[in-house]
Design a binder for this molecule. Structure first.
Ligand SMILES: [Cu+2]
Length: 343
């Protein structure tokens, strides 16, 4: 019963008054090498029906397009030196009973202390969606470097299809880390996000007319390195996301959706490309293209559709990773959007 300890403390707060602010408690389990974040209680109203929507490591904010309750971003200081190499997300009620994962449309953790790869926005550290795996580990040869004091923010979008309000919901986010003295030293890899249609601080959705449809975005990496793993996110009728060399047209990697015969997206695979430093070479200053492919077999245009690829990228030199530029207008929009979330 991993929840027994912290929840005994919080039990008195079950069924909170409507104006109460949910708490976030962070503890470090040094023997298990886990940072455990427990937050709640959240009062979760019922969502409108048929908000079925597949998410996977969502790195942006299409919240405004969806009528689902959102928690504010709650932050904590990362407490240890090491490499994050896995996570687990669990939901419980005020009595410690496990709640279904589908109650949560997505949970996103951001790192306010580091910039993204191709965007001046802040790093999207991890995320889980309704259809994605809620317990993920990567090989111990790879990890996301984190240092004490980096500001981590977490927020949740609920999708409560029970038809009734849930008075007290808690989430527990367990972040697993590798100690700094681990040998051989893990490869530094950063989580990257490549969207086909992102407006930073705004939406990343587009419309898909009937038939075959591609959405594409070109970018130039700020630093060279290797792509070690990829996954992605598509809505129903999505076929695949792929990464291309925009200068030669060569397809570098493809993430095909798992679909049923009607085109409903059942999930997106995680593809590990390398466990050490090889993988797919991406060069600074070179042009690449991320492409989302849809096959809309309905008679109508689909609105609010998304397509993006996420990955783990090992830069040749972590010290040359671009710094956050507080004066950048896109960065400011991203921060305003993140800090402005809430019910
Ligand atoms: Cu989406």
């Amino acid at each position: 019963m991993p929840f027994a300890g912290p929840l005994a403390v919080l039990a008195a707060l079950a069924a909170p008054p409507r104006d109460s602010v949910p708490q976030m408690r962070v503890r470090v389990d040094s023997s298990r090498h886990e940072v455990v974040v427990l937050a709640g209680p959240f009062r979760v109203p019922p969502s409108p029906p048929d908000m079925d929507h597949m998410m996977m490591m969502d790195g942006s904010d299409h919240d405004m397009d969806m009528n689902m309750p959102l928690t504010p971003v709650q932050t904590f200081d990362w407490p240890v030196t090491g490499w994050m190499h896995g996570f687990k997300v669990e939901l419980v009620d005020g009595e410690g009973r496990v709640l279904p994962q589908r109650l949560m449309h997505h949970l996103i953790a951001v790192n306010f202390s580091r910039r993204q790869f191709i965007y001046p926005a802040v790093e999207r550290l991890m995320g889980v969606g309704e259809e994605s795996d809620h317990d993920v580990n990567i090989p111990k040869s790879i990890g996301v470097p984190l240092t004490p004091g980096q500001e981590i923010g977490v927020y949740v979008m609920w999708n409560n299809q029970t038809g009734a309000e849930l008075p007290a919901v808690y989430y527990q986010l367990t972040l697993r880390w590798l100690p700094r003295n681990l040998l051989p030293r893990p490869i530094d890899a950063l989580p990257i996000y490549m969207d086909t249609d992102l407006r930073i601080g705004g939406s990343n959705t587009f419309a898909v007319p009937p038939g075959r449809f591609n959405k594409a975005f070109e970018f130039t990496p700020p630093v060279s390195g290797h792509l070690l793993g990829v996954s992605g996110h598509l809505h129903d009728h999505g076929v695949l996301v792929r990464l291309e060399d925009a200068e030669t047209g060569k397809v570098l990697v493809t993430v095909p959706a798992r679909r049923d015969s009607a085109g409903k997206v059942l999930g997106m695979p995680r593809r590990l490309l390398a466990v050490r430093g090889e993988g797919i070479r991406l060069k600074a200053g070179h042009r690449y293209r991320v492409v989302g492919v849809y096959d809309n077999t309905t008679a109508d245009t689909l609105f609010g559709v998304m397509a993006h690829m996420v990955g783990l990228f090992a830069p040749d030199d972590l010290k040359r990773w671009p710094a956050i530029n507080p004066a950048d207008s896109s960065y400011q929009k991203d921060i305003a959007d993140l800090r402005g979330k809430g019910p």
